[in-house]
Design a protein around this ligand. Sequence first.
Ligand SMILES: *Cc1c(COP(=O)(O)O)cnc(C)c1O
Length: 341
Amino acid sequence: MEKKSIDWGNIGFGYMQTDRRYVSFFKDGAWDDGVLTEDANIVLNECAGVLQYAQTIFEGLKAYTTEDGHIVAFRPDLNAERMEASAKRLEMPVFPKERFVEAVTKVVEANAAYVPPYGSGATLYIRPYMFGFNPVIGVKPADVYQFRIFCTPVGPYFKGGVKPLTIRVSDFDRAAPHGTGNIKAGLNYAMSLHAIVTAHEEGYDENMYLDPGTRMKVEETGGANFLFVTGDGKVVTPKSDSILPSITRRSLVHVAKEYLGLEVEEREVYLEEVKDFAECGLCGTAAVISPVGKIVDHGKEICLPSGMTQMGPVTKKLYDTLTGIQMGRIEAPEGWIHVIQ
Ligand SMILES: *Cc1c(COP(=O)(O)O)cnc(C)c1O
């Protein structure tokens, strides 16, 4: 198959329209068979549930080319399970797990020409989502839903080398106690936009959100979970009901324990103790781990000993091992790599 002529190393994280996407409708209590379509546009009624009351959820995962030339996706079954949890919380129908994985497979196959080659650092980003389709004016769940998956090639995250991030402790919260922080819903992102725009204006890369109940504990950023490393090489990751369960973070915890023999603590992490950590990273599909160099809490600077020019040594080992597993250079745990082609 002929690849598209794309300068893989120099594309950013943006939307590029690809050839085909998957669409399925939920109507009269059941999902239809679903189709691949070339139509990238959606025609919606002006009163659609998603437009009025933000009834929409999404997922994000990647497909890429491994060292031996296969096209694979990383743990799509976990995205299906997480989307099921999101759907239930927003009173939406569940798109069955087997069908989710099958639809991801079909979309990637149909756009194989857009899957970046091995070694380019670029990947094919896959975006499954679901939204309330029919008109809703009285506040209630929609009756008709569309489930859709498109994909778009995205460039290497660390273009021009790793640059540790500077983040600030946010005065805004991203989640409420007993709210929706633990599901992947667009509404969690709408309310983070003001916080990220002002963070950028003030020269910060990201916001560190604290727990909304006491504002004493570390939660996560707008779109990535935290992972810390102690001075004696222990991995610590915050535990909270209002954190989105990152698949990357869960995979890194497994890698830390089973591949690197590190001790891992999943527990509440107080802002007060962050100054004692040796390394800090943000985990998510986009970057796997991006290192944090500095955390600013209202003028008080916490400079991580790993510095502002490179990943800390444990972060680097975690990064190299997980990306090695993803790219087929290191043997993967059973079921992690979904071979598409
Ligand atoms: C998607 C997301 C993450 C990262 O999850 P991955 O499954 O690792 O990509 C972390 N936090 C939030 C709020 C997210 O929406």
